[in-house]
Design a protein around this ligand. Sequence first.
Ligand SMILES: Nc1ncnc2c1ncn2[C@@H]1O[C@H](COP(=O)(O)OP(=O)(O)O)[C@@H](O)[C@H]1O
Ligand SMILES: CCCC(=O)OP(=O)(O)O
Length: 353
Amino acid sequence: MKKILVINPGSTSTKIAYYEDKKERLNKNVHHETAELEKFATIADQYDYRLSLIQSFLEDEGIDFTQLDAAVGRGGSLPPVEAGAYLVNDQMIDWLVNKTNVHHASNLGAMLANGFREKSKADCIAMVYDPITVDQYHELARVSGLKGVKRTSIGHALNMRAIALKTAADLNKPYEDANFIIAHLGSGSTISAHQKGRMIDYSLDDEGPFSVERTGSLSLKEFIPFCYQMTQEEITAWTRKKGGMISYLGTNSGLEVEERILAGDEEARLILEAMAYQVAKGIGELATVLSGKVDQIVITGGLAYSERLMNWITERVSFIAPVSSVPGEFEMEALRNGALRVLTGEEKAREFE
Ligand SMILES: Nc1ncnc2c1ncn2[C@@H]1O[C@H](COP(=O)(O)OP(=O)(O)O)[C@@H](O)[C@H]1O
Ligand SMILES: CCCC(=O)OP(=O)(O)O
């Protein structure tokens, strides 16, 4: 029996799960107070705080973390990498702490997994799976339109690949023979074009549709003047934490917006419908990347629970391919499955270099 601890750090919480083989023994979302996290200057500085909080939580739940076979974390902003498993090593931690310029909570995944590996038995491994920087872009997708400005593949690779594999299994078609468009709509959003088992292009929430907190694409001529009124940190926070739906409606909660629409709030309806409209445009754009050969369109993430949003998107894109939804995310299971495949020798974990 393989004992696996899964750690998925988010901006306001750390999801943790403990499995014995595929059996889930614990699955919890440990919430972090904003005031607590604001005390730390950087994401990496949150390490000790999150580690001890998770440890006390595991102790309270009677989970023995000294006998783990694997501690697996959501992979953060590594340099562009192939999909799959990566063992945590000193180079990886050095990159996430000192070198990356994408400061995202997932960067703590490798560090926290390593922290629990150090507390566990000698043969326990620490690894990450399908980090946010999985890069399978094809050559054309890398050209941005301005030399020197890169198009980078940074998104919800873990959940999108898990959903793609699930969809392929549901359709009884090998993933390597299938073409899908998978839209992850959570706090952030990524839409991905999967061609024969590879995510060859994305429509992201900093260059495609807006999400609940992020702006999506903006008119450069309208936006450039703002860049002269703020620091780089301020403008990054504004566009990534205070953009999109929250900038119009003051909330990042799709649930609250649904309630407002039910109560007759016309602005709430307009903005949610505009989000659906932009997501549909993103899907349409990626359908051209696949030359219209799309087996299935799948909407996932928390917003896929919204029937209203699903209907608005489906109305516009169902001419391309059948549309289905897998609400929520399957990141914990995907991390567990990756660790299990490595522990059983079905998949080889790469060394990060
Ligand atoms: N039934 C629902 N209707 C509308 N929005 C929902 C529903 N359930 C969850 N959401 C919204 O989904 C978003 C969170 O998605 P989620 O995938 O959990 O994000 P993350 O894991 O990135 O924080 C929130 O805006 C939340 O309010
Ligand atoms: C940075 C790409 C992945 C991402 O946006 O994740 P969250 O939505 O969890 O912030």
